[in-house]
Design a protein around this ligand. Structure first.
Ligand code: ADP
Ligand code: CP
Length: 316
């Protein structure tokens, strides 16, 4: 069996900049991304795919709230919005990847696993929402919305505007990890922990119950990578490389950095919370366990990045 690589697709990287946010636009972005994943499979890598849902889960929540306010339809709990977006995006990746394999004559099967991820009810992150979801707003728009919904919390997201935030507990365990492992062993390209996984808590009688939150997909991906013994973790996002002094005149793109240097940059606040910081922290977690390398890049650079010609590489 070839080397096992986990590729995480950022939710924002599936959103077109035309502001329409249609399902068709999202499918086109998925189709562009899977071309690069198929290239990796063709090069002999075993690939597990994970994906975010930050924008999409926020859109779903907004649709539910509008339907509730306008038509009195019952609101959809946040945990179910996560499940819905996990299924919807998983379906698109599964179909696009299967079609790409068919076109290229690659004999590979693809399966999406509806994945529950255990979190702790006592996680302090339930009290302090940090996960940005949905659209970007101006400060004026955010202030206007807060007048109508005083309980909504907004943060500024990496110079891109203001976004609503929801609680984001840390993942403890992947409930369906054995199913994922079995499918990998059978040669499937598996899509799992979509949107960071559906957050669940374990009750005293060992049963699970959903809880309203959005788990960061980078942390869930890092945990899955550890649990299935992946060698390489690749996080695709909106930038080709991680930078220091991001957005400033002296911005510098990083090609290769060690864990030690990365930790120093974290302490110097080079990585924005809610966007680049979780990717970096998830990368460090993975490298401190069984991982050997992490690559952070944009989807179109995937193939070059795995051949060490693009992206930011974090090594031990
Ligand atoms: N130091 C940094 N280097 C590069 N990008 C950064 C940095 N800090 C913040 N960012 C921003 O973080 C974004 C990635 O986070 P985000 O869009 O939330 O992730 P995702 O692709 O998983 O949805 C980048 O596209 C960039 O705008
Ligand atoms: N759930 C999650 O982390 O999604 P994004 O990667 O889209 O922010």
């Amino acid at each position: 069996m070839g080397k096992l690589v986990i590729v995480a697709i950022g939710g924002n990287s599936l959103v077109r900049e035309n502001g329409r946010n249609t399902i068709q636009d999202q499918y086109e972005a998925v189709q562009e991304t899977v071309v690069n994943i198929a290239d990796m499979v063709q090069e002999g890598y075993n690939v597990v795919v994970t994906h975010g849902n930050g924008p999409q889960v926020g859109f779903e929540l907004q649709r539910s709230e509008i339907a509730n306010e306008v038509a009195g339809m019952p609101a959809i709990p946040l945990v179910n919005c996560v499940a819905d977006t996990q299924g919807g995006i998983g379906y698109q990746i599964q179909q696009a990847l299967t079609n790409e394999f068919t076109k290229r004559g690659i004999n590979k099967k693809v399966a999406t696993v509806i994945t529950q991820v255990e979190v702790s009810m006592d996680d302090p992150n339930f009290k302090k929402p940090t996960k940005p979801v949905g659209s970007f707003f101006t400060l004026e728009q955010a202030e206007e919305m807060k007048k109508e919904h005083p309980d909504w919390i907004f943060i500024e997201d990496s110079g891109r505007g203001y976004r609503r935030v929801v609680p984001s507990p840390k993942p403890i365990d992947i409930v369906e990890k054995d199913a994922v492992k079995s499918l990998i062993d059978e040669g499937y390209v598996v899509i799992a922990v979509g949107g960071g996984g559906i957050p669940v808590v374990k009750k005293d009688n060992n049963t699970y119950e959903g809880i309203d939150a959005v788990i960061d997909k980078d942390f869930a991906t890092s945990l899955l990578a550890e649990q299935v013994n992946a060698e390489t973790l690749i996080i695709t996002t909106g930038v080709s490389r991680v930078c220091i002094n991001f957005g400033k005149p002296d911005q510098k793109a990083l090609e290769e950095i060690t864990v030690e240097v990365t930790k120093k940059y974290v302490l110097e606040n080079h990585f924005a919370p809610g966007s680049m910081l979780p990717k970096i922290e998830a990368s460090l977690n993975f490298l401190e366990k069984n991982g050997t390398r992490v690559i952070i890049t944009n989807p179109e650079s995937l193939k070059d990045a795995i051949n060490e010609n693009a992206g930011t590489h974090i090594i031990k």
